[in-house]
Design a protein around this ligand. Structure first.
Ligand SMILES: Cc1ncc(COP(=O)(O)O)c(C=O)c1O
Length: 392
């Protein structure tokens, strides 16, 4: 019988672990699975004051339709943020999106026809795979090492056939926590310019650096408009605002605005106005420093617990920021099959396979360390290690 759904839905399979991960909502399960920030660190009091000021200043206007590009005051504040990240731009270069997740969807809409080739790190962000799968993209996973994606491997693939874009998460990558070296950032721009493709730089985590120096974005090396830069206020303020942004060339932005109008007309006016007030009136830098101190401590607790409890043939990454680390077990380990018993025992993680569009990752798992407190992290890792010890 012919399907009642569009052909693109054939590639969109439900996640095999979603049902299992629903169980992580049980209070007895310590979850390292989600990508959740710590809610106790949301600046709730400051946001409340900002919201009150918006009501007093704007009244009913707070709830009026707005322009698709986004609220002007917020875009000005994003410009200042971009300048602090070594990217010069103006408010006209900024498009506010409903989270950076919407940015990914809109980029898929404007760039991808069925079968178009996109290059990604190996492994890469699960929800980006889902966003681009919707447009029937042909994923070409690229070799990736401790320094991030390997530029020579990008060049080799791009020489073989037309690439629409390269999708890359340069800082504290999701899922591995790895950071792309500065030299490679420069090289990627040169390759993109030479081979004539776009780089989609997805950068939600750069401000969550606990150790070491901030690195300039790939976008900062771009003098031709080949890099589209995405970021978000989800990790530095709160994800419930669903507010992110894109900085791109005018040609790309013009197309993005057209598809954004079709998608949602604009991002919530209320959310944007409150965020603009919050960012103007309160010291978000200080707030981010508090988040970094807490997450940095949680990372150290997890790293030490892993050292203490995991079998000797397990290794993991040592990110200098962000929210995740990436564990690699022995070849015989299948993290998908141990997930059910881990949840049974009161601990959850995301199995590695979900992050590999081309297959692989059976012996990997992603652990989030931002959402559980240090005591829970110690207990959770002890539980996980007990499962790992009997798994192989
Ligand atoms: C790499 C990456 N890109 C995009 C997003 C989506 O962020 P937002 O909340 O801004 O939609 C996330 C969220 O975890 C992420 O890890």
């Amino acid at each position: 019988m012919p399907s009642q759904f569009a052909a693109r839905m054939d590639a969109m399979k439900p996640s095999s672990i979603r049902e299992l991960l629903k169980m992580t909502e049980r209070p007895d399960v310590i979850s390292f699975a989600g990508g959740l920030p710590a809610p106790e660190l949301f600046p709730v009091d400051d946001i409340r004051v900002a919201a009150e000021r918006v009501f007093a200043e704007c009244g009913a206007r707070t709830f009026q339709y707005g322009i698709s590009e986004g609220v002007a005051t917020l875009r000005e504040l994003i410009v200042a943020e971009m300048v602090s990240r070594a990217v010069a731009c103006t408010a006209d270069d900024v498009l506010i999106t409903t989270g950076s997740q919407q940015g990914l969807d809109l980029l898929g809409k404007i760039f991808l026809d069925p079968g178009d080739i996109i290059l990604t790190e190996t492994p890469t962000y699960l929800a980006a795979i889902q966003a681009f799968q919707c447009f029937q993209a042909n994923f070409q996973p690229v070799a990736t090492d401790e320094q991030g994606i390997v530029p020579e491997a990008v060049d080799e693939l791009a020489a073989k056939g037309k690439v629409r874009f390269l999708y890359v998460i340069p800082n504290f990558q999701n899922p591995t926590g790895r950071t792309l070296s500065i030299e490679r950032r420069r090289q990627l721009v040169e390759i993109a310019q030479h081979r004539n493709f776009v780089i989609v730089e997805d950068d939600p985590y750069s401000r969550l650096r606990y150790r070491g120096e901030h690195l300039p974005p790939i976008k900062s090396f771009d003098d031709s408009g080949c890099v589209v830069y995405l970021s978000t206020l989800s990790k530095t303020v709160a994800p419930g605002f669903r507010t992110g942004w894109v900085v791109a060339s005018q040609a790309i932005r013009d197309k993005l605005v057209i598809v954004k109008q079709a998608a949602d007309l604009h991002t919530s006016s209320f959310d944007q106005l409150v965020l603009a007030r919050y960012l103007s009136d309160f010291d978000n830098r200080k707030h981010v420093a508090r988040i970094c101190a807490a997450y940095g401590e949680r990372y150290t607790v997890m790293d030490e617990a892993l050292k203490q409890h995991l079998p000797a043939d397990y290794i993991w990454t040592h990110p200098e920021g962000g929210m995740f680390l990436w564990v690699t077990g022995p070849q015989t380990l299948d993290t998908m099959t141990i997930l059910a018993s881990a949840i049974e025992r009161g601990v959850a993680f995301v199995p590695g396979a979900d992050f590999f569009p081309g297959g692989g990752g059976h012996n990997n798992m992603r652990l989030n360390f931002s959402n559980a407190n240090p005591d829970s992290i110690r207990t959770g890792i002890e539980r996980l290690a007990a499962i790992c010890r009997v798994a192989v």
